[in-house]
Design a protein around this ligand. Structure first.
Ligand SMILES: O=C(O)[C@H](O)[C@@H](O)[C@H](O)[C@H](O)COP(=O)(O)O
Length: 262
């Protein structure tokens, strides 16, 4: 594992299967330590390939060794569609992962899909505030943001993470925990997303980047590209946990430009 000077640790894998195996082990270890320390494991998922990769956790030994009843599951981004829509990140997670392990239904904190996207965001933030009050979610020691045990993000080829896109005004938000966007560059246009203060307050953030189309954005995020570089053009560069750990899980193709720069 290599450290990328303040930009997190990098784990680079030859094969997708090796990446999936290591990610599953990483998540299982965080689950164990969080449950031991706090009694819960609070994890936020994203769209993209990460949910499929978590399928490894449904297999032995994790299906038996992970204390699923202590998990609380959230979404760092969700498409504003009904829960049965093929675009729903909830549906994706339910079909490929959640339905196969013994996570309690009332610990699955999905969006209310019968409201406008603006109301969905407000209600989701309210739900999270209630769980902070109930001490299921920790609180950052630096600001009043929730401190998720783990936020899992996928990076897009334009460097977006969650539903925070290059140059989008949502990148500027400092007070909101959850916001909504109506102009996503990929379908569907309406989504809710964690804001950067919430992402950067987590105890652990994983960014997953796979495929050659991510190589340039990975380079612009991790390598030293000069002080004048406009970080809002590559939102992943704005992921800098204030009191937490950032780890990149990448395949060789996504890491190729970073490796070439070493
Ligand atoms: O809501 C979405 O559609 C996701 O945010 C999506 O943008 C994803 O993060 C990237 O496409 C990377 O996904 P992969 O890791 O699957 O390439």
């Amino acid at each position: 594992m290599a450290a990328a000077e303040g930009r997190g640790d990098m784990r680079i894998f030859d094969t997708y299967d090796e990446l999936a195996t290591d990610l599953a082990e990483y998540v299982a270890q965080l689950s164990e330590s969080s449950v031991k320390e706090r009694g819960y494991f609070t994890v936020a998922l994203s769209g993209g390939s990460v949910i499929g990769l978590l399928g490894k956790l449904c297999e032995a030994p994790y299906n038996k060794t992970v204390d699923w009843t202590k998990w609380y599951v959230f979404w760092a981004e969700e498409r504003a569609v009904s829960k049965n829509h093929s675009y729903s990140n909830y549906k994706l997670a339910r079909d490929s992962f959640l339905s196969k392990v013994s996570i309690l239904n009332n610990h699955v904190c999905s969006i209310n899909d019968s409201k406008t996207v603006e109301d969905v965001a407000m209600q989701y933030e309210f739900t999270i505030r209630q769980l902070v009050k109930a001490r299921v979610l920790g609180v950052s020691g630096v600001n009043d943001c929730p401190k998720f045990d783990l936020i899992l993000l996928c990076m897009g080829s334009d460097g977006h993470i969650a539903s925070l896109y290059p140059h989008h005004p949502a990148l500027e938000l400092t007070e909101d925990w959850i916001t909504h966007v109506t102009d996503s560059s990929e379908p569907p246009p309406e989504r809710i997303t964690f804001t950067l203060p919430v992402i950067n307050s987590a105890s652990n953030v994983v960014v997953l980047a796979t495929g050659e189309d991510k190589a340039r954005a990975v380079h612009l995020t991790i390598d030293n590209v000069g002080q004048d570089f406009d970080a809002s053009s590559v939102p992943a560069r704005l992921v800098e946990p204030v009191d937490g750990k950032l780890v990149w899980f990448m395949d060789m193709a996504a890491a190729s430009q970073v490796i070439a720069n070493k």
